[in-house]
Design a protein around this ligand. Sequence first.
Ligand SMILES: *[C@@H]1O[C@H](CO)[C@@H](O)[C@H](O)[C@H]1NC(C)=O
Ligand SMILES: *[C@@H]1O[C@H](CO)[C@@H](O)[C@H](O)[C@H]1NC(C)=O
Ligand SMILES: *[C@@H]1O[C@H](CO)[C@@H](O)[C@H](O)[C@H]1NC(C)=O
Ligand SMILES: *[C@@H]1O[C@H](CO)[C@@H](O)[C@H](O)[C@H]1NC(C)=O
Ligand SMILES: *[C@@H]1O[C@H](CO)[C@@H](O)[C@H](O)[C@H]1NC(C)=O
Ligand SMILES: *[C@@H]1O[C@H](CO)[C@@H](O)[C@H](O)[C@H]1NC(C)=O
Ligand SMILES: *[C@@H]1O[C@H](CO)[C@@H](O)[C@H](O)[C@H]1NC(C)=O
Ligand SMILES: *[C@@H]1O[C@H](CO)[C@@H](O)[C@H](O)[C@H]1NC(C)=O
Ligand SMILES: *[C@@H]1O[C@H](CO)[C@@H](O)[C@H](O)[C@H]1NC(C)=O
Ligand SMILES: *[C@@H]1O[C@H](CO)[C@@H](O)[C@H](O)[C@H]1NC(C)=O
Ligand SMILES: *[C@@H]1O[C@H](CO)[C@@H](O)[C@H](O)[C@H]1NC(C)=O
Ligand SMILES: *[C@@H]1O[C@H](CO)[C@@H](O)[C@H](O)[C@H]1NC(C)=O
Length: 576
Amino acid sequence: MHTTVFLFLLGCITTCQLQQVYYCDFEENCDSLLFDNYWAVNNVSTHADHTYGNLSGHYITTTDLGTLKSAVSFRAKDWIEPPTNMTACLTQWIYSNEKNITFSAELAQGDDLQSRLSAGLIGVSGNNSQWNSFTIQLPYAERFIVVGSYSNVSQSIDLDDMSISLCNNTESSPETQVFECDFDRNLCPELVSLSNYSYSWFVIQAKQALTDAKQAPPIDYSIGNETGHYIWLNNLNSLKSGGAGYLNTRVFDFETGKNAFCLSFQYYRFGAAFHTSKLTVLAWDEYNSKSLAQIWPIRPVNYTYFNQRWSWAYAPLPRGNYSLLFRMDSEQEVNSSFAIDSIKISTCQYPRPYFRGDSYLSFACNFDSDPDSMCGMRNDGKGLPPHSTVISSVKKAAEIVNGGLGPKYPSGYSGERFLYWARSENTPANFSNGQIKTSAVETNADMCIRFSYFVNSTNVEPNERNTKLEILTLDCNSVNLWSTELDDSVGWRLVTQSFPSTSCRGSIYFRIRQRRPTPVAVAFDDITIAQCSSLHELTTAVPPITTTTVWNGSSSNCASFVIIVVLLAFALQLRS
Ligand SMILES: *[C@@H]1O[C@H](CO)[C@@H](O)[C@H](O)[C@H]1NC(C)=O
Ligand SMILES: *[C@@H]1O[C@H](CO)[C@@H](O)[C@H](O)[C@H]1NC(C)=O
Ligand SMILES: *[C@@H]1O[C@H](CO)[C@@H](O)[C@H](O)[C@H]1NC(C)=O
Ligand SMILES: *[C@@H]1O[C@H](CO)[C@@H](O)[C@H](O)[C@H]1NC(C)=O
Ligand SMILES: *[C@@H]1O[C@H](CO)[C@@H](O)[C@H](O)[C@H]1NC(C)=O
Ligand SMILES: *[C@@H]1O[C@H](CO)[C@@H](O)[C@H](O)[C@H]1NC(C)=O
Ligand SMILES: *[C@@H]1O[C@H](CO)[C@@H](O)[C@H](O)[C@H]1NC(C)=O
Ligand SMILES: *[C@@H]1O[C@H](CO)[C@@H](O)[C@H](O)[C@H]1NC(C)=O
Ligand SMILES: *[C@@H]1O[C@H](CO)[C@@H](O)[C@H](O)[C@H]1NC(C)=O
Ligand SMILES: *[C@@H]1O[C@H](CO)[C@@H](O)[C@H](O)[C@H]1NC(C)=O
Ligand SMILES: *[C@@H]1O[C@H](CO)[C@@H](O)[C@H](O)[C@H]1NC(C)=O
Ligand SMILES: *[C@@H]1O[C@H](CO)[C@@H](O)[C@H](O)[C@H]1NC(C)=O
């Protein structure tokens, strides 16, 4: 576990003498810096060191140049927390034959060290038989670990008298906070747990949490004892595979103004065992693009959470106007949950890329809106043999060349346009598949997909069921949400189907396959993917030809929808 080193000032009465907090002269064990395996301190020096200036002094040198990677590195062992208006400097003495060395320093933040603020890349010119020093002024940050690396090393590099201390001519703008929430001094009523999800976040006192869940954090982070509060998901009662819960902040303006902002918070994963429970922080542009961008973890692949302790999470925020969503979910088994404390947003010195959303909380498309009538859906051959797919496109009934097969009417739940896929007599035999995928959606067990479809074909035997429609997930795991095999749907049909009990970020795939190539027309329309409980009743623009509901889900939330559809079908029959 890390300790923290506070850089501090000594004797500040007359002149400020700076204390060197990290110093390695390699005469004794260097405890404050960790070097990778490409470095060693040799007992016998080949030239005078810098500390003593003679052959009995020591320095650290690169080894194994034959197998050397392009970069060799070291890092400070402990956290550095400079005083608020001071910056730190890294000084090294270098002795090398290398003419063109590139050195880069980074500040690593967060317990996972995934936030990396570049402190600069500098070219160092070695000067053989001569020790040279260079100093890098590190940007201001409240708490960080320094990581240094040398690239393009082909000749040995010797280092001596390395130090990290406060810079002499130091001046820095301290971080200013725009948001703080510790659930004790600031109660933050503006944080809301999104409704219609299985899990809800709520604020609790540590003492109380412990009586509800044995492994819950026994103390909060900000106060540090059992009287303190944090926000948590007590999943013991509501846990379900594939469940999810969101905590939403207000919308921040990280667009105007010249400052970059960073998110800092403490999380605590607790439970009996730790499998697939995840915490992620997403930026949500709810009012414009409606899209989400992952903020933290910064490199999510196989991210390792810290368990049963408070851990510091830190991430730079992109430029834009959005709120932050803390999502807890579990892919399959659920046996652990999360608590959060000390959420802060402050200025920082990171670069500011623009917000770029790449997934959605829900998805809806009726193929009627311009300019993108496909709503970001794309033809995609994933999982299908190459060169076997016919492209789908948006059409109106009147535009269909293969007019005999239809559809001759729109679905009735939206405007005139729908997604259309067809094979004719002239389509080459191997082109017997089609597939279209939605944008990536954050899915979970409480979701439903609703859509209408149409199939009509010729040259088929009675009851041949030659055309197969499937709705699949393929990006996290391959799950079949719904399928049917048929030759003629006898007009439009409406389907509502609940999602499997897993959570995932991925596209939903609409797949069409023919066993035997025959002329066929397939259409989809009125696609909605959302929490089952938030699916609104569909109103018919024009009475659809047929309305049925396929149902084999387990969520009771969908039951009310089934009733609505049944009533609707009944009403339509009365009318005709
Ligand atoms: C360096 O010297 C120390 C003490 O004399 C000895 O314990 C150590 O093994 C030596 N290391 C190498 C690499 O020769
Ligand atoms: C090297 O310098 C150190 C410190 O000045 C001194 O203690 C040591 O005796 C010197 N060694 C030699 C071989 O001169
Ligand atoms: C830095 O801050 C300390 C206390 O916060 C203050 O005493 C000192 O004068 C400040 N130094 C500068 C250079 O602003
Ligand atoms: C040093 O390296 C940089 C890029 O790595 C290159 O642009 C420059 O020409 C090199 N200088 C010499 C003297 O080799
Ligand atoms: C190398 O060191 C020598 C002796 O101090 C000095 O004259 C020369 O300018 C240095 N060269 C470089 C490239 O720093
Ligand atoms: C390393 O050297 C290669 C080839 O000389 C050069 O292309 C590259 O930019 C260098 N990398 C750095 C970080 O200087
Ligand atoms: C700061 O100044 C002192 C005294 O002039 C000097 O010894 C030290 O190396 C300087 N530190 C840095 C980081 O420049
Ligand atoms: C908890 O910490 C707060 C703030 O430090 C302190 O006021 C309070 O007395 C502590 N309570 C207990 C039970 O230790
Ligand atoms: C992530 O974990 C999976 C399964 O353990 C492994 O196959 C994959 O290579 C890992 N990916 C990375 C980037 O480490
Ligand atoms: C972001 O918010 C600011 C302040 O409300 C506003 O001036 C700006 O136009 C917004 N930008 C976008 C892209 O919505
Ligand atoms: C299906 O296609 C046949 C022609 O093969 C056509 O007569 C029939 O009206 C179509 N059915 C629908 C519902 O459009
Ligand atoms: C949640 O579901 C209700 C209906 O049960 C709906 O009125 C509300 O809009 C939904 N909330 C969200 C955020 O979707």
